[in-house]
Design a protein around this ligand. Structure first.
Ligand code: NAD
Ligand code: TDX
Length: 324
């Protein structure tokens, strides 16, 4: 099997690639991987091996139709992780989000169709559904995004759906909850707070800190994406949950405990514009049809993540200070 992984130098894409080239996934021990990544502020070449007999790394843009035309032939499937991924950045400037998330997805889908690469997994997010006070979103819930990031991902989802409906392409869509784990950019809540604690800085908690997210370890997310790649239905959408709903203040308190700090380090700051109150997914479809269940408990996953950032200060310092 030969796979093209877009965004394979980012947090989740690189975890998927390292797993494919390392321990592997069932039935994919010999998979050859092409990573296509533009190496924006969020991507790092050394998040994946510098040389590996089954890896080809291409620095390039998913909006580059000519490059895709050259690259795609010979691949069996595409796993599309590449995106602008941070909500706060999308509130400051939405243009790169529309360009990469909507424009890039359209260019990729169209190039796949031209090249006869019909199997595509489009990696999306629970944020496309918007906020939910009670209950959980199913795959049939309406898309009601509340940030430019979420709106751009919803647009990409609709394009992915349309390529299946209109052209019969074998496209599946995944919508996962909040990820955490090693190699996550320190702009996101968990690594930002871990690294701030290590640097002696206060923790900026937005609003009243009671917004709720469901946390999924990146290893569980990637395993679910791979299940969808190998067993998912054409045109199907799969929610991926973690069973770990927590308020931001609860996550913060757990991080303070793991890092040996106290609540005096928390600083309540102005709320994020349009801040979604709660995300919650009903992921019974992927559990019942594909046998998915998260394996990493939040307490142990978070403790391992804190330990990883403690052991990899060179990695995050470079990433954190380059992004400013
Ligand atoms: P990330 O920001 O860490 O990585 C994104 C990668 O895409 C980077 O390597 C970047 O260089 C690359 N990229 C950006 N623009 C590109 C372009 N135009 N062409 C080629 N490459 C480009 O993001 P992440 O957290 O790893 O998220 C990966 C995917 O998973 C995204 O599609 C995101 O929407 C989705 N997702 C993320 C989460 C989460 O909690 N992080 C949850 C659910 C879904
Ligand atoms: O400094 C902060 N203070 C704070 O209170 C930051 C960065 C975040 N927060 C809050 C906002 C959210 O309620 O923490 C929560 C998590 O924030 P982020 O880490 O920015 O994640 P979120 O906005 O929930 O989006 C994430 O999950 C879904 C990813 O960034 C998306 O790519 C993914 O689609």
């Amino acid at each position: 099997m030969r796979l093209l992984v877009t965004g394979g130098a980012g947090f989740i894409g690189s975890h998927y690639v390292r797993t494919l080239l390392g321990p592997g996934y069932p039935g994919c021990a010999d998979a050859r991987v092409t990573v296509l990544d533009a190496l924006t502020y969020a991507g790092r070449r050394d998040n994946v091996p510098s040389a590996h007999p089954r890896l080809e790394f291409v620095e390039g843009d998913v909006c580059d139709r000519r490059l895709l035309r050259e690259l795609l032939p010979g691949h069996d499937a595409v796993i599309h992780f590449a995106a602008e991924s941070h909500v706060d950045r999308s509130l400051r400037s939405a243009d790169p989000f529309v360009r990469t998330n909507i424009g890039g997805t359209q260019t990729l889908l169209s190039a796949c169709r031209d090249a006869g690469v019909e199997r595509v997994v489009h990696v999306s997010t629970d944020e496309v559904y918007g906020s939910i006070e009670r209950g959980s979103w199913t795959e049939d819930s309406p898309l009601l995004p509340n940030s430019p990031y979420a709106a751009s991902k919803a647009g990409a989802d609709l394009l992915a759906r349309a390529y299946h409906q209109a052209f019969g392409m074998d496209v599946s869509i995944t919508r996962c909850a909040n990820n955490y784990g090693p190699y996550q950019h320190p702009e996101k809540l968990i690594p930002l707070f871990i690294t701030h604690l290590m640097e002696g800085l206060d923790l900026p908690l937005y609003g009243d800190g009671r917004n709720i997210r469901d946390w999924v370890h990146v290893d569980d997310h990637c395993r679910a994406v791979h299940l969808v790649l190998t067993q998912g239905g054409a045109g199907e959408v799969y929610n991926i949950g973690g069973g770990g709903e927590r308020s931001n203040i609860e996550v913060t308190e757990e991080l303070l405990r793991l890092c040996g700090a106290d609540r005096s380090r928390v600083r309540y700051v102005a709320d994020r514009a349009g801040h979604d109150r709660r995300y919650s997914l009903d992921d019974s479809r992927i559990r019942e049809r594909l046998g998915y269940a998260p394996r990493v408990g939040f307490a142990s996953g978070l403790a391992e993540t804190v330990a990883w950032y403690h052991d990899h200060a060179d990695w995050w310092k470079e990433v954190k200070h380059r992004a400013r």
